[in-house]
Structure formats: C-alpha cells, structure tokens
Design a protein around this ligand. Structure first.
Ligand SMILES: *[C@@H]1O[C@H](CO)[C@@H](O)[C@H](O)[C@H]1NC(C)=O
Ligand SMILES: *[C@@H]1O[C@H](CO)[C@@H](O)[C@H](O)[C@H]1NC(C)=O
Length: 264
C-alpha cells in the first residue's frame, strides 16, 4: 500500500471524528469558560477510539414470502420391482392370428369299406390245352329179347338173349344180370311192351331189393311199362328185371339199357 493510499484512508477515517469533535465543542461552550479565559486554539485531534463490542443479535425478522418454484430436478433412480398385482379382468378377443405351419403327418386312418365291384375286365387269352382228364370206365349196354314172355304164373326174372351193346362186359349174358365191376353211379332204363290185352308189370331189382316199378296196363291193349333210375353201385352189385305173375311182354319192343355216369 502506497503512502498516498494510507493518507487518503486516514483522512477518510479521521474526518468524521474531527467534525464531530468540533460540533461537540461548540455545543458545550459555556460562559464560564468564556469568561475565564480567552479562548485558546483547539487541541490536536484525539486518537479515534477502539471499535465497539459486537452488538447482540437482533430479533428474527418476519417470515419472507413463498419463493418461486424451483427448476425440475434430475430424474431419480429406477425403484425396485414391486409385488405382482392381482390378475386383471379378461381382455377383449384379439384379432385372428395368421395361419400356422403345417403339423406333422398323422397316423394312418382306419381301413375303409369295401368299394363297389369294378367293371368286368377284358377276356384273357386262351390258355394251353390241359392234361387229359380222367374218363370214367367205358361201361354201357342195351339188351332185348328174341321171344315174347308170359303170361308168367309167378314172379320171373326177365332174360335177354339179344345183346346190342355190352361195353365193359358188365352185363352178364348167362344170368341176364348187370353185375357192377367198377364202383360208381349208373343210369338204367327199362321199356316193356305188354302182349295184347295183357299187363306188363314188373320191377327193376338191385340185388334182392325192389328198386323201381314199371307198369303197362292191359286196358291199353298194348300197355307200355317204362322207368329210369340212377343208382350208386359197388362192385358185385346185381341189377336185374323181375316180371310179376300174370304179366306178359313182347319181344323186340322190350329193352333194358344202362351205362355208368361217373366212377367213385
Ligand atoms: C283184346 O281185347 C279186345 C277188346 O276186348 C278184343 O276185341 C280182342 O280180340 C282181344 N285180342 C286178343 C288177342 O284176345
Ligand atoms: C367199392 O365200394 C366198396 C363198398 O363201398 C368198397 O369196400 C370198395 O373198397 C370199393 N372199391 C374200390 C376199388 O373203390
């Protein structure tokens, strides 16, 4: 600090004191003093006193008015996650979603019903000729008589002396019986023409059993007795014709025939 500055400061500090002192003096000037002596020159100015003690604290002032609203503070930290709230009410139906991907292939379905019958296919080619089939034994015969017979007094076997056919030799010319040599099924026919005004009544016999009757009535003048029978025969079976008593037949017009149908 320069001297000039100190001087200025001193003047600043002292000037009020000087003025004060002068004022004080003038106000306390009395007549005694004035009478006592002549008024001398004012003394030198005293040294300023020390600063006074710090005063006591004053009473609190009145509460000031509400301040202006401060600026918005900075954003605080994110708080902790709260507890899960109660389930809210069901929302409204959302929009239809887009079509999903195709699922995996399912299991095979159950077998369906039988379909309708298909159309008839084209005819196939003719196959090769098959092997020769088994043919039944060649057994067939037809026999007649060369003489009329009857009227007979009792049941009489009819004999046949004219053999027209005897394949397989199953018709025995000596007994006039068909004697089975091959087990199988056979067909027999009988055709008997009666003498005039006589009856032609008889039976086709299988062994000792009456199998099938024939009857030509006398009232027909020439009655015809006929029949056909199919029999299952075994070896040694006999088939023959029996004429009843009082019956009579003509020759030529009466015949006995038979043949095998199939072997067993
Ligand atoms: C057969 O009967 C008829 C009528 O009864 C008769 O006319 C005819 O002469 C008789 N024939 C024989 C051969 O007896
Ligand atoms: C023929 O038939 C008889 C009786 O059914 C049987 O015993 C016999 O064995 C048969 N014969 C043949 C060759 O089949």
């Amino acid at each position: 600090m320069s001297v000039l500055s100190v001087s200025v400061l001193m003047v600043g500090l002292l000037l009020p004191v000087v003025l004060h002192a002068a004022t004080y003096y003038n106000s306390h000037k009395s007549d005694d003093q004035c009478n006592h002596c002549c008024r001398g020159l004012p003394g030198p100015q005293g040294i300023p006193g020390l600063p006074g003690h710090h005063g006591t604290r004053g009473q609190d002032g009145q509460m000031g008015g509400k301040g202006e609203k401060g600026e918005l503070g900075s954003k605080g930290f994110t708080g902790m996650r709260g507890e899960t709230g109660p389930v809210g009410p069901k929302g409204s139906r959302g929009r239809k979603g887009s079509k999903g991907d195709c699922g995996p292939t399912g299991l095979p379905g159950v077998k369906g019903d039988l379909g309708p019958q298909g159309p008839v296919g084209p005819a196939g080619e003719q196959g090769m000729r098959g092997p020769k089939g088994e043919q039944p034994a060649r057994i067939a015969f037809t026999v007649t008589r060369s003489e009329p017979l009857g009227p007979v007094p009792q049941k009489t076997p009819i004999t046949f002396d004219k053999v027209h056919l005897n394949l397989g030799d199953s018709f025995d010319v000596y007994s006039s019986h068909f004697i089975c040599k091959v087990n199988g099924t056979y067909l027999f026919t009988i055709h008997m023409l009666s003498m005039e005004n006589q009856t032609a009544y008889g039976w086709l016999m299988l062994n000792n059993d009456h199998q099938m009757a024939f009857h030509g009535d006398a009232q027909a003048r020439h009655g015809t007795g006929s029949n056909t029978v199919i029999l299952r025969l075994s070896r040694e079976d006999h088939v023959w014709i029996q004429l009843n008593e009082n019956s009579a037949i003509l020759n030529h017009f009466s015949s006995f025939s038979g043949h095998i149908l199939f072997e067993d």
